[in-house]
Design a binder for this molecule. Sequence first.
Ligand code: TXA
Ligand code: MG
Length: 323
Amino acid sequence: MAQTLPPTAQSIEKVVSFLTQGNIVAVPTETVYGLAGNAFDPKAIATIYSAKGRPDNNPLIVHVRSWEQLEEIAQITPKAKLLSEQFWPGPLSLILKKKDCIPDSVTAGMPTVAVRMPSHPVFRQLANNCPFPLAAPSANPFGYISPTSAQHVEQCLGNKIDLILDGGSSEAGIESTILSLADESKPSLLRLGVITREQLEDCLGESVEFSQRIESTANSLESPGLLSQHYSPTTPLTLFSGKAPNNTKANEAVVLLAQPSLVDNNTFHLSEKGKLEDIARNLYGMLHDLDQREFNKIHMECPQGDGIASAITDRMSRAATQG
Ligand code: TXA
Ligand code: MG
């Protein structure tokens, strides 16, 4: 079991000293919980990969507290400036050319680094007290659902880590939008999130290509974490849109987007009124929760449309892809 620390000044001090010694700590962000280590310390980075069971060809996101810190580790381009001024602190990661101080293991040998400035108040307090930027992938074992609470981290990674900093439930609930500016002339969306393609296009005043690459091996991917099977619960999951299946068995769960008028023991809902932000916030918690129960199968309703709906559908589809 890991020790879960409340978000107090004393805890922050303890976490900073633990991180400074090269250890890793699960920390809250507004998207999902991250498994953080000193981004300048190859030993801490190696510990992150091994605790997650993550292949070392899958690079990490580096979290910064300020634009000064960003400048230390990456080349800030005009478009990066525009986007970060509009969306940071917040759930947008940018892929930029890296500087030499970032060890190759953080970026899996790539010349670029993923960077983001989280808005979560507890994370910000931590980052403001850390003398280094924090490399942090989502705090889940490789391939499993990302955690949106300290309890989720304990459930899925508690036997692999020592400390969890509790910052409550993550507000956004799904991982950050990732936009690559590796080629400044061709911004390319690598992962959908609550900051939508439309918002990015409005900010940049140009269209943004979505290069979703679904492949079965990590070797040739531009963003190797974006495999088709990812974020999956152990219980088999199938998706539907429109009418719920009416022939489900007693040991199968049905999850709807909005609260149904008739509630029974096997029917769950992701939001009260079908608001997309609420659905995104509650999705992983629902999957974690149902995975702890004895259901043989989960049937989940998926939303239709662009924007946040497409980010939610993306995560649901990955969760529903088995093996
Ligand atoms: O919301 C988030 O982004 C959370 C919180 C903790 O910040 N982090 C997160 O990290 O989701 P992770 O490691 O689970 O996902 C990061 C994704 C991976 O798919 C990885 O392949 C991609 O970002 N990535 C990282 N560095 C990259 C790079 N230089 N080029 C392309 N893709 C990169
Ligand atoms: Mg992840």
